[in-house]
Write a protein that binds this ligand. Structure first.
Ligand code: SF4
Ligand code: SF4
Ligand code: SF4
Length: 249
């Protein structure tokens, strides 16, 4: 079997979510919690050493798909031509054992209601398009060319073999069909006095300054910022919607 997979370049991604919208549009998925593809953005560190991470997360059609083993109804299977892991919704009874097993949180449901008719949903690798000789629609939609799709062999030849980004699950768990290009180190292009810049930013004379102490900005406790860690497996739909909301306008 030839295994196909994805490439994601974090350095190029601008979190525009064109890929997410294209996927929703192609599969006619309503706005809401059924998301074949999710983009998580979260911050690490404090001024001036703050870093934003973007994680592009779909089903990675793993070589060791633990979701298949978890389903007692045989509703998930790996097809032979592209190595896509697919769901047979007729067989799905909504037990959510696959969702629990998948370390990437790739399986979503239309509601939190536990019932046989609330079925599992996830990325199909755009197998309908592959059969027509087309690439997955998310890959083609990316205006930054941050994505690619090919056989894993070709992807590894072109981009290397990094299968993990910081805070993502250890790839040895499932051997995901993906290659990542992590973000490069942050460079200070123009040297400046960081504390002075911060004081200027906080000043709004003749009104009092926005913050009293530089430490108010430089030592923000965990939990105050909305997205200060990666949560791949939200506890319910409300949390999923909150974490995948676009705060950028
Ligand atoms: S990413 Fe999750 S749902 Fe997709 S194949 Fe791997 S274990 Fe299964
Ligand atoms: S491969 Fe297709 S189904 Fe999967 S995330 Fe991309 S657009 Fe959606
Ligand atoms: S379309 Fe490309 S740049 Fe935009 S969010 Fe998706 S991967 Fe990132």
């Amino acid at each position: 079997m030839v295994q196909y997979g994805f490439y994601f370049n974090e350095d190029r991604c601008i979190n525009c979510k064109a890929c997410v919208v294209a996927c929703k549009d192609w599969y006619d998925l309503k706005p809401g919690p059924i998301k074949y593809l999710r983009i998580y953005e979260y911050e690490e560190g404090y001024y001036p050493n703050i870093k934003t991470h973007i994680r592009w997360v779909t089903c990675f059609h793993c070589s060791n798909p633990v979701c298949i083993d978890a389903c007692p109804n045989g509703a998930i299977y790996k097809e032979e031509k592209y190595g896509a892991v697919l769901i047979d919704q007729e067989k799905c009874k909504g037990y959510r054992l696959c969702q629990r097993a998948c370390p990437y949180g790739a399986i979503t449901y239309e509601s939190d209601r536990l019932a046989n008719d609330v079925k599992a949903n996830k990325c199909t690798m755009c197998i309908d398009r592959l059969e027509e000789g087309l690439k997955p629609v998310c890959v083609l939609a990316c205006p930054m060319r941050a994505l690619d799709f090919d056989t894993m062999e070709n992807l590894v030849k072109k981009y290397g073999s990094v299968k993990q980004l910081k805070d993502l699950p250890n790839p040895s768990l499932t051997n995901p069909s993906v290659v990542f290009k992590p973000k490069g180190e942050k460079k200070k292009i123009i040297p400046y006095d960081e504390d002075k810049a911060l004081l200027l930013l906080g000043s709004r004379e003749p009104l009092p300054p926005i913050f009293k102490s530089l430490n108010d900005i430089k030592e923000i406790p965990m939990g105050i910022r909305l997205k200060d860690k990666l949560i791949l497996k939200p506890k319910n739909i409300e949390e999923l919607m909150e974490l995948t909301r676009d705060d950028n306008g």
